[in-house]
Write a protein that binds this ligand. Structure first.
Ligand SMILES: [Zn+2]
Length: 448
């Protein structure tokens, strides 16, 4: 785009991208909201371009020997591609690079990988512009306006008690982040005043963080003002948690579906609850026979992610939506469902710090179990040639520093010991789940 150093100034680049995103909203995303033919034509054209670009990558080149894909054949060419597993992105991201975006213009998103290796995804500016346009459309559908004020609930111990954060791609919103995990009774008056003065429109967080915010309100730590809407993202919603959130905050609740590799890809229809419209201008969705969702990016010119399997099971909702939008819908999302860790003093905290420590360790596999509040058992399967006992000692020290627990054991085990009766080996087996928090909110006992 430019060779000037200032191009890498985040503020400047943001302003440029938001401007382009607004134009894209007006010229495309607004129209496709009611124009099914325009949506189909946009999708087809962008898919053909995405497949043509993919033919330049090391990974897809042998699968797309003809190079250019026409719009007419785009859907069948895509359907014939094999599934792209996460391992390719983890182990050989370079093989997915198109070479079309100069490193100078690339936006690299780093995410934590479950094997401990950092995962990166290269994007071009469309990551920002398309997100801006898609968010504006979604906000309009929810009856919200640009310049909203958002309270972001967090339970991550790495976050301070409060912080402000601009959200330029989200309708130029401003967020006030409140740590609902570390907030103590002593902070209550200050936080409640801050929230009231902020005059928020929206409460936003992961389902667990929103449930925790409601619990903190119930236990008197925090008084939250009323909101125009609650937004959740990041975990599949438990039906009980939906009810608990609706009961705790007397306003509409909208859940968003996305993943780090793609950003947000779907948003709950305001009319047909529990179903999520896919932003088909930038993502193609299909479903395997076993129910697993496959996602293809149509707009990323830097890296080709086609028929990527994130590991979530969904249903495709066929038939027209009562809201009139032509965008495909998914429903019944069965994906990630995290829980919180209960510290010695009963504080509920996000698993993220523990996850980061374990992901960085040379482990083949690991599992964190919480047999009771304050107590954690960590089972590790070290990689070959690692000294299990020495590693266990190091992890015990790091985890003990990150959280305040009354008992913490770290133990090297055989892989088989991690399996549940259904044969899965989840990373976390915890007690403070969406279901448990919802029960506690409904007046039940805190069963963690
Ligand atoms: Zn709809």
């Amino acid at each position: 785009m430019t060779g000037h150093d200032w191009w890498h100034d985040a503020g400047l680049r943001t302003a440029v991208a938001v401007g382009e995103g607004w134009r894209l909203f007006q010229d495309l995303y607004l129209q496709t909201g009611y124009d099914a033919e325009l949506l189909a034509a946009t999708r087809r054209a962008r898919l053909a371009q995405a497949l043509t670009r993919a033919a330049r990558t090391q990974h897809f080149a042998p699968l797309l020997p003809h190079g250019e894909t026409s719009e007419r054949e785009a859907d069948s060419v895509l359907a014939a591609l094999p599934v792209l597993e996460k391992d390719v992105l983890r182990n050989a991201p370079d093989t997915l690079a198109t070479g079309l975006v100069a490193p100078w213009d690339e936006l690299r998103v780093h995410t934590s990988g479950t094997t401990g290796e950092p995962v990166w995804i290269a994007h071009d500016n469309s990551k920002l512009t398309e997100a801006t346009a898609a968010n504006l459309r979604m906000l309009e559908a929810y009856g919200l306006r640009p310049g909203m004020r958002i309270i972001r609930a967090t339970a991550d111990l790495r976050h301070g008690l409060v912080d402000y954060e601009p959200m330029p791609y989200f309708g130029g919103a401003m967020a006030l982040r409140i740590n609902v995990s570390t907030a103590s009774a002593h902070d209550g008056a200050f936080l409640s005043r801050l929230c009231a003065e902020f005059r928020p429109d929206i409460l936003w967080g992961q389902p667990l963080e929103i449930l925790l915010a409601a619990l903190r309100q119930n236990d008197g730590t925090l008084t939250l003002p009323s909101f125009r809407a609650v937004l959740t993202h990041g975990d599949s919603m438990d039906p009980q948690a939906r009810e608990a959130i609706a009961g705790a905050f007397d306003c509409p609740h909208h859940d968003l579906y996305g993943l780090q590799e793609f950003g947000r890809v779907g948003w709950e229809c305001p009319v047909s609850r529990g179903t999520y419209h896919i932003d088909e201008e930038r993502v193609a969705v299909s479903r395997e026979e076993d129910g697993q969702v496959l996602l293809s990016s149509l707009t990323n010119t830097a890296m080709s992610l086609l028929r990527y399997r994130p590991g979530d099971a969904v249903e495709l909702s066929s038939g027209p939506c009562p809201c009139g939008r032509p965008h495909l819908r998914i429903a019944g999302i069965e994906g990630r469902r995290r829980a919180l860790i209960v510290e010695a003093d009963g504080r509920l905290v996000n698993i993220k710090p523990a996850r980061l420590i374990l992901e960085e360790a040379p482990l083949h596999r690991w599992q964190v179990r919480q047999p009771e509040a304050g107590r954690l058992e960590v089972l590790i399967v070290p990689r070959v040639a690692e000294d299990g006992e020495e590693l266990a000692g190091r992890l015990r020290a790091a985890l003990g520093e990150a959280m305040s627990l009354s008992a913490l054991t770290v133990r090297p085990v055989e892989l088989a010991e991690l399996a549940t009766p259904s044969g899965k080996a989840p990373h976390f087996r915890l007690r403070a789940t969406q279901e448990a928090l919802s029960n506690a909110l409904g007046g039940g006992s805190s069963s963690w």
